[in-house]
Unconditional design. Structure first.
Length: 318
């Protein structure tokens, strides 16, 4: 369930006027901006953008970019964009604008989003950056990791509840044999992981655990070949995203906020992409895993307007 709290009836024109007022004068009223944008759903945000442009002949996104700064500005920017625009931006940052490729983001969109959602994001990516997602991935990755990522984003998975038990058995055996023989770059592993429906893959993962006494992720972790490390981590990430997306997102958040420093990029990504989907369940998992509320953890590891905005998306009414 979503965490975002928003009014059922809001006036996009009144919201646009309030945001304009918050941006005028010597200083920006960030709290006023949070009180509006942090409490509007996707449809309402789109209508505010349209109203603002109609009334003031100005792009609201660009205005906010010029008024705000730092992690707060990035979070607001990602939140106010239409979903496919936002997802295209997040993918582009992960592939081309970070020091190293953050392949986790690519895997998230490939394995957690529906085929239609992924296709829409790929179209938005190409329209925005004049290059395909596959093209940029191929340029910024190599070896087995590249093969895995290109396969994941290039497929249109079947969506359905049908399970072929015999196929699950045979493909669990194929994966086990490859792992046992240290053939972790075996083409069959990539083929199975990247082409089967999510329902079929979960059946295969469950069959593997039943037959071999441990999860595929655990057996992959047991391999210590340094040459395979990045590919193996990506493969384990893929399996986690397929098997339990919410548990995966909880782990991303947990790793993003820790005593050694906060990974604001990852934290922002999860909050803004899941606030209208399943962030409530992710919050509950976080509490069970850490005996602490996510709201409290974010308050401890972030500050200022950035903290206030994330808390708004988490369901804080103030």
């Amino acid at each position: 369930m979503a965490t975002i709290i928003y009014p059922e009836n809001s006036s996009p024109v009144a919201d646009a006027e309030s945001i304009r007022k918050a941006c005028e004068g010597w200083g920006t009223d960030e709290r006023a901006i949070i009180s509006i944008i942090g409490h509007r759903n996707a449809t309402q945000k789109k209508m505010i953008r349209q109203a603002y442009e109609k009334v003031y002949c100005e792009d609201l996104v660009k205005r906010l970019e010029s008024e705000l700064s730092g992690h707060f500005e990035k979070a607001i920017y990602r939140w106010i964009l239409d979903q496919v625009e936002r997802d295209a931006v997040i993918l582009h940052v992960a592939i081309k604008e970070r020091a190293i490729l953050d392949y986790r983001v690519v895997i998230e969109y490939s394995c957690i989003y529906s085929p239609e959602e992924l296709l829409a994001v790929k179209r938005a990516y190409q329209a925005r950056y004049k290059r395909s997602l596959e093209e940029d991935l191929a340029e910024h990755s190599t070896g087995q990791l590249r093969k895995l990522l290109i396969a994941l984003v290039g497929i249109y998975r079947y969506v359905g509840d049908e399970i072929n038990a015999r196929l699950a058995n045979s493909e669990a055996d194929i994966i086990h044999n490859a792992i046992s023989n240290k053939e972790l770059n075996h083409e069959e592993i990539v083929r199975i992981i990247s082409t089967r429906s999510i329902t079929q893959l979960i059946a295969t993962l469950n069959r593997y655990k039943d037959d071999y006494g441990s999860s595929i992720s655990k057996h992959l972790r047991d391999d210590t070949d340094a040459a395979n490390k990045e590919y193996l981590v990506a493969l384990r990430t893929t399996i986690r995203c397929i098997n339990d997306p919410q548990k995966y997102y909880e782990k991303v958040i947990r790793y993003a906020i820790n005593e050694s420093g906060t990974d604001e990029e990852s934290l922002t990504r999860v909050i803004v992409t899941r606030a209208e989907k399943d962030l409530k369940e992710i919050k509950e998992l976080y509490y069970k895993r850490n005996s602490d509320t996510l709201d409290h953890a974010i308050s401890k590891h972030t500050s200022g307007d950035y903290k206030a905005f994330l808390l708004a998306l988490l369901g804080n009414k103030n």
